[in-house]
Design a protein around this ligand. Structure first.
Ligand code: GDP
Ligand code: MG
Length: 165
């Protein structure tokens, strides 16, 4: 079985966009609005001949209340984290730290897996990379700036991922 890399985080931070980029496909569904999360989808990625499975969390079923929503994000993250060798925790550098981010972070701290904290949507590295600093407060370690949309940072990220597999 190929090693598993799980992508977790609250809705709309760019998880599916990142999965599409890392797996070089476009079969992870990218949503324009928040309010959807459910299943996990599995994609094959290959970096310099090293194959791994990348798991996107978040699918198509709308959820009801905010409470159920927050619980589901955490449960999704937990389920994905349990089967993963490496976890990619994606946050949104343009909105900053949210309570949902903190909830996911608390869960991740309890599972003993390597976690990359990825601060996404930093499309202009020269101007925006200072946005990463506030994410130290999540207690996950060093935040890495990223633009899943434009690809900034994704080559280095893939190098770092396969080094751990
Ligand atoms: P998910 O819910 O975490 O899977 O997020 P999606 O991948 O569905 O993306 C949510 C929205 O954020 C979409 O409109 C994406 O185009 C946008 N998005 C994702 N990554 C980036 C990025 O690096 N930069 C910018 N500006 N937008 C992004
Ligand atoms: Mg998604």
């Amino acid at each position: 079985m190929k090693p598993i890399v799980a992508v977790v985080g609250r809705p709309n931070v760019g998880k599916s966009t990142l999965v599409n980029r890392l797996a070089q496909t476009s079969d992870a569904i990218v949503h324009e609005s928040r309010g959807v999360t459910r299943d996990r989808s599995y994609h094959t990625a290959d970096w310099n001949g090293r194959e791994f499975t990348i798991v996107d969390t978040g699918g198509i079923e709308p959820l009801k209340s905010d409470d159920v929503f927050a619980t589901s994000i955490r449960d999704q993250a937990l389920a994905a984290a349990e089967e993963a060798a490496v976890i990619l925790f994606v946050v949104d550098g343009r909105t900053g730290v949210t309570e949902e981010d903190e909830s996911v972070a608390r869960m991740l701290k309890r599972c003993d897996k390597p976690v990359f904290l990825l601060v996404n949507k930093l499309d202009n590295p020269d101007r925006e990379n200072d946005s990463i600093w506030e994410f130290y407060s999540l207690g996950i370690g060093e935040p890495t700036p990223l633009s899943a949309l434009h690809g900034h940072g994704t080559g280095d990220l893939l190098d770092d991922i396969v080094a751990l597999l």
